[in-house]
Write a protein that binds this ligand. Structure first.
Ligand SMILES: *Cc1c(COP(=O)(O)O)cnc(C)c1O
Length: 365
C-alpha cells in the first residue's frame, strides 16, 4: 500500500441529526468532552487488505467481541487536535500534519500499522466538513477532534493484532477554564512515575493515561488540580503533567522546558511555543530541571513564571507546587507576563486573527 493512498470516503448522513435549536443550546454551555457531533469516521485495517472501507457515518455505539484484543492487551493510541472558527465564518486546522506524524510514531511504538499521513488528514477534514455546524465560535472554544485506533481482532494470543479500527469523533469544546486561565496547583507524585527509558512515554497511548490516573487522583485528594511527574531514575527531574508539558520562565527573560528523551510526550503546543518564543528573541533551553532547583529558584525569585501546555487547555499558569514536605508559590501565584503573551500569540494564530509565519494553519472552508 502506497503511503500517498487516499481512500474514497463513503458518506452516510445521520438520519436524525440534532436539530439547529438543540445544537445552539448545546453549544451555548460547553464544558470539555461531554457533547459530541452527529458523525464519526471509521476506517478498517486487516493484515491482508491493508487500510480499507473508509466511512463518515452517523455517530453511535460499536459492537466488540468480548475477546477483542484491545480489551485485554490495550493496543490503543489516540490524538487530540482542534478545528477553529475563523473570523469570516470559515474554519481551520492547526498543525494537523504534526498530529498525523505523531500518530504514526505512536502506532509504530505499539506495534500497530501506521495509517498514512494523507489518509489521517483526509479523515479529519471529512469529519469537520460533515459536522461544520458544530464548530463553536466563542473565544477560546473550538471543535476538539479525537482520532484513535485500537486492536479489533478477536484473539487472546499475545502478539500484535492483525485487525484494527481507526476512528475519529468530534466534540465541541468551550474554554477549558471558564473566565480566563486561573493558575493551577500541582501535586508532586512521590510514589508513581509516568514513564521510564525504553517505555511508552513518548507514545500517545491510553495505557499511559491509565497508569497516571492513580497519581492524578492522589493530587485531587491532596486538594491540588494536577499531578506533576518526576523522572523514574532519580525521582528528581520534572517531566510533565498527566497530559501537559511544562515550561519555566526566569528573571533574565529565558525559558526552559524538560528535553524530549523518550519519556516525555512531544507536545505540538510545546514545540509551537518554543518556536514562537525563539522568534521573539527569547532564549529557550531544553534541559532537565530538578524539583529541588524549582523550589530554590521560586524562593529566590530567579524563577518568575511556570506554565503547563497542551492542545486541550492551551497554556495554563502554575501558581503553586506541593509535595510531601514542601509547598511553594511561583511569582505572585497568578499568570505571568511571558505566559500570557505566549498564550495570546498562539491562540491568535490558531483563530486566524494574527499572521501565520510558519504556515501552521490550514483553512478547510
Ligand atoms: C497530548 C499530550 C500532551 C500535549 O501535547 P499537544 O500536542 O500539545 O496537545 C502532553 N503530554 C501528554 C502526556 C499528552 O498525552
Amino acid at each position: 500500500m502506497e503511503d500517498t493512498t487516499i481512500l474514497d470516503f463513503e458518506f452516510e448522513a445521520h438520519p436524525n441529526p440534532v436539530g439547529a435549536a438543540d445544537r445552539t443550546a448545546l453549544l451555548a454551555d460547553l464544558g470539555f468532552g461531554k457533547v459530541f457531533t452527529d458523525h464519526m469516521v471509521v476506517i478498517r485495517y486487516t493484515a491482508d487488505r491493508g487500510w480499507h472501507d473508509a466511512r463518515v457515518q452517523p455517530r453511535g455505539p460499536i459492537q466488540l467481541d468480548p475477546a477483542c484484543a484491545v480489551l485485554h492487551y490495550a493496543q490503543e493510541i489516540f490524538e487530540g487536535l482542534k478545528a477553529y472558527r475563523l473570523p469570516d465564518g470559515g474554519a481551520a486546522l492547526f498543525r494537523a500534519e504534526a498530529n498525523a506524524r505523531r500518530f504514526a510514531e505512536s502506532a509504530e511504538r505499539m506495534a500497530m500499522p501506521p495509517i498514512p499521513d494523507a489518509l489521517f488528514l483526509e479523515s479529519i477534514r471529512a469529519l469537520v466538513r460533515a459536522d461544520r455546524d458544530w464548530i463553536p465560535d466563542g473565544e477560546g472554544s473550538s471543535l476538539y477532534l479525537r482520532p484513535f485506533m485500537f486492536a479489533s481482532e478477536t484473539f487472546l494470543g499475545v502478539r500484535p493484532a492483525q485487525e484494527y479500527l481507526y476512528m475519529v469523533i468530534a466534540s465541541p469544546a468551550g474554554a477549558y477554564f471558564k473566565g480566563g486561565a486561573p493558575s493551577v496547583t500541582l501535586w508532586t507524585s512521590e510514589h508513581y512515575t509516568r514513564a521510564a527509558r525504553g517505555g511508552t512515554g513518548a507514545a500517545k497511548c491510553g495505557g499511559n493515561y491509565a497508569a497516571s490516573l492513580i497519581a492524578q487522583a492522589e493530587a485531587i485528594r491532596e486538594g491540588c488540580d494536577q499531578v506533576v511527574f518526576l523522572d523514574a531514575v532519580e525521582n528528581r527531574y520534572v517531566e510533565e503533567l498527566g497530559g501537559m508539558n511544562v515550561f519555566f520562565a526566569f528573571e533574565d527573560g529565558s525559558l526552559q522546558t524538560p528535553p524530549l528523551g523518550g519519556t516525555i510526550l512531544p507536545g505540538i503546543t510545546r514545540e509551537s511555543l518554543i518556536r514562537l518564543a525563539r522568534d521573539a528573541g527569547v532564549t529557550v533551553r531544553e534541559e532537565p530541571y530538578g524539583i529541588d532547583q524549582w523550589q530554590a529558584d521560586a524562593a529566590s525569585g530567579r524563577l518568575r513564571e511556570a506554565f503547563a501546555c497542551g492542545t486541550a487547555a492551551v497554556v495554563t499558569p502554575i501558581g503553586r507546587v506541593r509535595g510531601r514536605g514542601f509547598d511553594f508559590s511561583i511569582g505572585n501565584g497568578g499568570p505571568g507576563m511571558l505566559t500570557e503573551r505566549l498564550r495570546q500569540q498562539l491562540t491568535e494564530i490558531q483563530r486566524g486573527v494574527a499572521p501565520d509565519p510558519h504556515g501552521w494553519v490550514e483553512r478547510l472552508f
